[in-house]
Design a binder for this molecule. Structure first.
Ligand SMILES: [Zn+2]
Length: 163
């Protein structure tokens, strides 16, 4: 198996295989130093780009420092991630041809203000790299924020009208 990093249509750089990969094969390990959630939040507070991968109950994150950090998200991926005894692997969920870009569904959560817009180009693209559950939650939050913003504006208008 040969993995290479080169420019990708999905994002700046992507991870490609130079040889065919059979379904079920472990393609790469998402490896890197382990940080607590708090350490990671402090270290990357100001950083728009992070390569953090939450494991277990999410209180520990892997700070990606391997080939796997270049693997892009897709809403129609050819791999999935699997946690085995505290290590995270990228496993092929279908046969992958030589030259194909390796992808998995990021299922992001905890992204702050980041929209995490998806450009994967899959017909069933959900438009975001957040997990379906998280993006539902975020949509609700956006709606309630809008309602909160709308209320004071409405009151101001009413006061101005009285003057
Ligand atoms: Zn997508």
């Amino acid at each position: 198996m040969g993995l290479i990093i080169r420019s990708s249509a999905i994002h700046a750089a992507g991870c490609y295989t130079t040889t065919p990969i059979g379904k079920g094969v472990l393609v790469a390990e998402y490896d890197g130093p382990r940080l607590t959630k708090r350490e990671a939040d402090t270290a990357y507070e100001e950083s728009p780009i992070t390569y953090l991968f939450g494991i277990g109950d999410g209180s520990t994150v892997i700070d990606g420092h391997s080939m796997a950090m270049f693997i892009n998200h897709s809403c129609d991926p050819n791999c999935e991630t699997e946690e085995l005894q505290g290590r995270v692997w990228i496993r092929a969920i279908r046969d992958i041809a030589a030259g194909e870009e390796i992808t998995y569904d990021y299922c992001l959560y905890d992204g702050g203000d980041d929209e995490a817009i998806c450009n994967c180009g899959a017909p069933q693209c959900r438009g975001t790299m957040y997990s379906p559950q998280e993006s539902k939650k975020r949509r609700r939050k956006t709606l309630s924020n809008k309602r909160q913003q709308a209320a004071p504006r409405g009151r101001r208008t009413a006061q101005q009208g009285r003057r």
